[in-house]
Design a protein around this ligand. Sequence first.
Ligand SMILES: [Fe+2]
Length: 300
Amino acid sequence: MALDIAYRVQEPLTLDEALSLGDANLKGLEREQERENAAHILAGLYANRDFLADAAIDALKLTYADETQGRRKYGPQVITLGAARPGWFLRANIWPGVNDYAVRASGKDAFFYGLPHDHNFDFLTIGYHGPGYISDYYEQDYEAIIGYKGEPAGLRFIERSALFEGRMLYYRKHRDVHCQHAPDALSISLNIMMTAPEQYWFDQCRYDVKRNVVETILSQGANEAMLHIAVAACDENGRDLATEILWNHPSQRMQLAALQALSENSLSQMEKDKLLDQCRRHGSAAIAAAASLYINQHEQ
Ligand SMILES: [Fe+2]
């Protein structure tokens, strides 16, 4: 599961000090020294019990134009703290309590409660206020997962626990899966989020933990969406391009997107059956497995 991170209690940091420290030291979270640098930043912000209220007021004062210029974004659940940096950014997450009006009015899905998922980025988090959201924690073997709907996920349940005040956790990309539940009372966490251009080529998945399968792919690249549009338009060029991608694109994810686009927009059942049968002999074991699954689903 996400790793508990021990840290020293320390003097408070202002938000500007935390951002400056990150600019100087924050390179990643995978190495122990990198996590120590990041933990120092979050621990310093945790010790500062005033900065978040000021940041929230600042955020509320900003206009929509400011947001679109990337200066600061806020929504009902997230306050971005300072501008995004190359490779990382800081944010606060607000987790409404189970009996709060926001949850009753908008539903749990609106706050990502009850939706098991992994992450295609590393992040470090600390419980800043309140009892903290509750999570069911799982681990997965990402290398063994292709990322198609209905695929066995092999999730291993680890524990259920809360991100209580002062608890710091390191979530490992593609490995730690969790299903969050509303806390007993409104809670706030602070996050250091790592970003990388290549993360958009890797899936973030949602899971059905009862069946232990991949339920859907949450992350969609622009190319994948355009591929679906091109094929759905029934233009012969679009279908030719998708077929080329299906058999020859270096990215398995794009191949899988092409298979989905072509199979979901086949002109006839016979054409779809032929495509899936051909793909069972695809050079990529992942595409072959996905094609077999689609055939099995159709036959059931
Ligand atoms: Fe998450």
